[in-house]
Ligand binder design. Structure first.
Ligand code: TYD
Length: 134
């Protein structure tokens, strides 16, 4: 898979004067079944997250509040995505190096994942990533 497979997906949005509602069904709105949800919050200004790739994991990243950037890198090409709306998310396919930065204060980054946590799925060394990816 390449960076072209990673894309912003617009989610359903039920607008309502009482407040809007969006939802995500695994295999329906995103191209995998959801086995895990985690979120980043209380991120200090100037802090960066990510800096790794996953061998098999599919992920979907949503800015639930505030904003941040996700930089994806497939070893050949890099793309920066600015995440700031909670009815859009970024699908990240396997073998994609990712860096998250530019967090606004109060930002909450929710990640839906196709597998449970498995440290052996991580590639945390960029040189090793390049060798494996290219
Ligand atoms: P990591 O994935 O490196 O964070 P990020 O990509 O956001 O910078 O995870 C940070 C730590 O949290 C690491 O010690 C592993 C642990 N962790 C879990 O135990 N379970 C999880 O589901 C996740 C995502 C991380």
């Amino acid at each position: 898979m390449s960076i072209a497979d990673c894309k912003i997906i617009e989610l359903p949005k039920i607008t309502d004067p009482r407040g809007n509602l969006s939802f995500i069904e695994g295999g329906q709105h995103i191209p995998f079944d959801i086995k895990r949800v985690y979120y980043l919050y209380d991120v200090p200004g100037g802090s960066d997250r990510g800096s790794h790739a996953h061998r098999k994991l599919h992920q979907f990243i949503v800015a639930m509040s505030g904003s941040f950037d996700v930089v994806l890198d497939d070893g050949k090409e890099k793309r920066r995505f600015h995440m700031n709306r909670s009815h859009y998310g970024l699908y990240v396919c396997p073998m994609m190096w990712r860096d998250l930065d530019n967090f606004s204060s109060g930002a909450v980054c929710m990640v839906l994942a196709s597998e449970r946590y498995d440290e052996t799925d991580y590639i945390r060394d960029y040189e090793q990533f390049l060798v494996t990816a290219t």
